[in-house]
Structures are given as C-alpha cells and as structure tokens.
Ligand binder design. Structure first.
Ligand code: FAD
Ligand code: SIN
Length: 536
C-alpha cells in the first residue's frame, strides 16, 4: 500500500552509529522511558527539534491521578471508561489508574514541584472527572515544568545521549525485526543508527488539521514510519478536538485550558447565554467530544447568515486576581492580545488536539513488530477509548513509558544482535521535481480538506471525497523529497489516509468520531442529539 522507505539510501555508504536503545521523541513519554531504560544499556534519544520538545511542553491543565483523600483508582477508572464511550481497553485503564499514583510520587521525588496550598497538593477538576484529581505545576505550566525536571534528570544520567534537531526518517529491519532507524542529521545528512530495540515516542498528529493546538512537529511521523514497516495501527478515526482553543487572528493554536472551566468559567454564545446545560447534565464539564459538538452547534446556528457567531469562555466571575495567579501563561498571552480574562470574555473555537488511536500496542508497549515499541500519544493500547479523559495523557506517558522501558529491556536480553549493513530497497519511481512552493500548497490543501471532511462532524460524502483527494496525492509518496518539509508531508498523507479509512469503516458515531449520517452508538450521549451542520 505505502512505499517501504521514503529515502533511497545505501547503508554501506556511510558510517553507522550503534547503541543499545533508540528512543524517538523527547516529550514526557520518551524522556521517562529513556530514564528507566538507561539502567539496561546506552540510550540514544532523538528529537526532531530542540531538546526537549513536543506537545508535552505545552500541557496546561495538568496530570490526572487518584491521589486525593476522597478519590480512588476505581473512581478514576469509572470516569475514564465513561469518557471513552465504551471503547476503552479495561486492562489498560486499570493499569493506568492503579499504577498512576506511584509515578506521580516518582515525579515528585525527582523534583517536580506540583502546586500546593497549606502543605497539601492542589487538585483541580476538568471535563468528565467526577472529583477534583488534576495535579498542576506553575498554575498552567505543568508540561513545561515536568519537561524541565526530566530533561535535567536525563542530562545527569549516565548512559543517556540526546541527538536534537535530528529527524527519524525510516525504521530499519532485518528478518522481520526492527534493527534501528535511518535519521536525517541537522545538517541534512542521512545516516543509520542500529539498536537492539527502538521505542517510538514521537507524539501526535494535530498538524494534519488547519486548526490545532499541537506544535509544528506533530506530523504523525512515528505512525507513518511504523505503518510503512507493516506495524498495526488501530482506532485512527478517534481524533479529539479540544473545545477551547483561543480564536484570535494574531495567534494560532493557543490553548485555553479546560481547567479554566474546572475552576468555574462558563461557555457563552454570542447572545451571552450559557448554553452547555442544554446539551449535557455535566454542563461545562461534560466530556470533551460533547462540548466540542455543542460549540459547533452554537456556531452553526447563525452561519447561514454569513460569518459563524463566536463562542466565548467567560471567567469574569472569578475573584479578583485569581485568573492571573492560577493561569499565568494564559493570562499573559491573552493580555498581550488585548484581552483581559478578568474582565473580557475569551473567544474560543475547537482545534485538533489529541489522537486516541495510533500504533497498536499491548500494555507493555510492544507493537506487532519484534524490536519495535511505542508509548505516549503515538501508541494506542486502548486506555483512551474513543475520547480521552482530560489530563490522562501525561499520566499515560509515565505509566506506559515506564512499562515500555521494562519490556524493551527484556528484548535487549533476549535478542542476539545481528547487525549487517543493508541497502534499502526504495520503490520510488516518480522523479518529477516538487518545488517548495508546491509542497506548501499541497500541505495547505491537505490541512483544509482534513478539517472539512474528517473533522468534528463527518459523513460518507466528505470522507469519500477526502479519500479521492488523498489518492491523488499518492504519487508524491514515490518522490524522493528528502527535506524535512517534504518528508513530513509524505507522513501526513499516510496518516491522513489511515484516519480517513478508519472513519469510513466505522459507520456509527462513537465518542470523538461523529457521523452525521449515522445513528449514535456512543455511551457518552448528548442531551439533545446534537446535529450541527458541517462547518469549516
Ligand atoms: P510529545 O510530547 O508530542 O513529543 C513528541 C516527540 O517526538 C518530540 O520530541 C518530537 O520532536 C519527536 N518527534 C516527532 N517526530 C519525530 C521524528 N520524525 N524524528 C525525531 N523526533 C520526532 N495532556 C494532559 O494529560 N494534560 C494536559 O494538561 C495537556 N495539555 C495539553 C495542552 C496542549 C496545548 C497540547 C497540544 C496537548 C496537551 N495535552 C495534555 C496532551 C499531551 O500534552 C500530549 O498527549 C503528550 O504530551 C504527548 O507526549 P508524548 O511524549 O507522547 O509526545
Ligand atoms: C487542557 O488543559 O485543557 C488540556 C488537558 C488535556 O489535554 O488533557
């Protein structure tokens, strides 16, 4: 279906690096996994941009774990399953919720300063949590602070080496086992790295969409690489759209955390009405998929008259200075744009945020390919079902990052490395030159069409039209584009295809996958059966 490699490369032509373990990605999953792998051998962490990077750096709301007195893993499990709309893997959710608190303790031991009040950890609420259980740091800078602490820990740990500004291009294999990775150095030089196990921790796919909260590197490279190698993927149709991305012409993709609603803010339509109680019993703290569709519905109401009416987040009822203290990053960013969250409503719109699906793994991060492991957002062990519970992702990075390290370390002991140079067999035939301007135009079209046809609301007509569009782009997969931009576009085409195919195959609505042309089978049912018209 897809070409095996994106680069034509003779492995004999250059020297190779050899290590015990390669971890692709320096987000929280990659760093936490590398930390635990370092007890078993030399670990090379590869980061496409500056180390550390990824969505992890931008996480605002926090990390969910049953650490409160009134809480328990059983309640956390119940909430996760309810948000997941009947598609969660019970075993994975049990592991996540039961083992989560121990990893929070470990994070604190290595120096993560979770916010505290009167000597006890502050816990907040987010959508679909029945109890406050979200730990946070620096108010709304949780991801940045955890990344800083982990990065410092990695820097002081023997056996861990970091290659930043280096892009993994293709996974290498021999006799059906993963044996390493071909990378593009920051100077644009391709070379192979051989290892006994490869861990993909390469994050999400938000950049497939026009509107996203994800950073520029979230282009689905890991999923595309694994799919080219023949690894299984699953639940690709489940793309979560965060309801409240800032809607401002001068700043794209900035998130307004769900924790703002957790602290009491409400969504209002252009008439000033608080509309969420109409849609779900949990009102503003309903599961994310429900809130996103409710916002679409409100926006669709006036769209026939021209511009869609705006939706706002209203935190003006907060006590004086509370917003500034509790959400300093959001407060300062809004202020720079002339919005004072203490007195002004914040315009918001949904944006592609998180992929529940991904490379299929078991609960030890093992993929269908021997020697290839995956953890974090790139992986799918079913813990998020059809709709991830807020702030469970960072917990997943820890719990399954750790378990993946344990499994990969066994691989190290069990395998005799048989490393011999190979010549990659590239099936490319298309030699037509693709200019940078053309690449950018294809990218723009891809994002726009994914937003329209495979976005929040889907139907067979849009999905079939997207399939046709993607197939027209397939010849590009056979061109040796070589640059980071070109390789990312090729990966995006492959991942878009997998998402569209999943969405076409699942004919009923479920969690974040909403088909306007089908009956809902979702457990997280809306009060009003929301059927907004498709919006761009
Ligand atoms: P990432 O942190 O995305 O890291 C991916 C890494 O892979 C990066 O280092 C990247 O450079 C590297 N990479 C990718 N491709 C390649 C390649 N080809 N070669 C080399 N390296 C590559 N979740 C929560 O639980 N709580 C929150 O409060 C929260 N807030 C969020 C706020 C925002 C704005 C966003 C975008 C997400 C938020 N999430 C939150 C989701 C969560 O942050 C992510 O799901 C999680 O951080 C993913 O971690 P990761 O380690 O799997 O991947
Ligand atoms: C947020 O802060 O709203 C994001 C939380 C998440 O993605 O889980």
């Amino acid at each position: 279906m897809f070409p095996r490699y994106l680069m034509n490369f003779d492995l004999n032509s250059t020297s190779a690096d050899i290590t015990d373990f390669v971890v692709i990605g320096s987000g929280i999953a990659g760093m936490y996994c590398a930390l635990h792998l370092s007890a078993y051998g030399r670990v090379l962490v590869i980061s496409k941009d500056k180390f550390p990077d990824g969505s992890s750096l931008y996480a605002q709301g926090g990390i969910a774990a049953a650490v409160g007195k009134e809480d328990s893993p059983a309640i956390h499990l119940r909430d996760t399953l309810a948000a997941g709309a009947g598609v969660c893997n019970l075993k994975a959710v049990k592991i996540l919720t039961e083992q989560g608190p121990a990893h929070i303790k470990k994070l604190m031991e290595i120096g993560v300063p979770f916010d505290q009040k009167a000597n006890s950890i502050c816990l907040t609420r987010e959508g679909a949590h029945s109890i406050p259980r979200i730990l946070h740091a620096g108010g709304d800078a949780t991801g940045k602070i955890i990344c800083q602490v982990l990065a410092e820990k990695l820097a002081s740990t023997a056996n861990i080496y970091v290659l930043e500004n280096t892009m993994a291009v293709d996974l290498l294999s021999q006799e059906g086992q993963c044996t390493g990775v071909l990378v593009l150095s920051k100077e644009g030089r391709p070379y192979p790295i051989y290892s006994r196990a490869v861990v993909l921790a390469s994050g999400g796919i938000g950049q497939l969409y026009e509107k996203t909260t994800n950073p520029p590197g979230a282009t689905g490279d890991g999923i595309a690489m694994a799919a080219r190698m023949g690894a299984g993927t699953i639940h690709m149709e489940f793309v979560q759209f965060h309801p409240t991305m800032l809607d401002h012409e001068n700043l794209q993709g900035f998130l307004i955390s769900e924790a703002v609603r957790g602290e009491g803010a409400v969504l209002r339509n252009d008439k000033g009405e608080s509309f969420m109680p109409k849609y779900h019993a949990l009102a503003d703290l309903a599961p994310r998929d429900i809130v996103t569709r409710a916002i679409y519905s409100e926006m669709a109401r006036g769209s026939s008259k021209g511009n869609s009416p705006k939706v706002y987040l209203d935190a003006t009822g907060f006590a004086r200075d509370f917003f500034k203290r509790r959400f300093p990053t959001i407060y300062n960013t809004c202020n720079q744009l002339g919005i004072n969250p203490s007195s002004d409503m914040i315009p918001v719109t949904p944006g592609a945020h998180y992929l529940m699906g991904g490379i299929e793994t078991d609960t030890w991060g093992r993929t269908s390919i021997k020697g290839l492991f995956a953890c974090g957002e790139v992986a799918c062990n079913g813990a998020s079902g059809a709709n991830r519970l807020a702030s469970n992702s960072l917990l997943e990075c820890l719990v399954f990052g750790y378990r993946t390290a344990k499994a990969a370390s066994c691989q190290y002991e069990a395998r005799t490395p048989k490393i011999k140079p190979l010549t990659l067999k590239y099936t490319g035939q298309n030699t037509a030159r693709v200019t940078k301007a053309k690449l950018q135009e294809y990218d723009r079209q891809l994002k726009k069409s994914m937003q329209t046809n495979v976005g929040v609301i889907r139907d067979a007509r849009g999905l079939n039209s997207q399939m046709k569009f993607l197939k027209r782009l397939f010849p590009l997969l056979l061109s040796e584009l070589g640059s980071r931009e070109g390789l990312e576009l090729q990966n995006k085409i492959i991942v878009s295809y997998l998402i569209t195919q999943g969405a076409l195959t699942r004919k009923t609505s479920c969690g974040a996958h909403y088909r306007s042309d089908a009956q809902s089978s979702s457990q997280s049912s809306d009060k009003q059966g929301i059927t907004p018209s498709k919006m761009h």
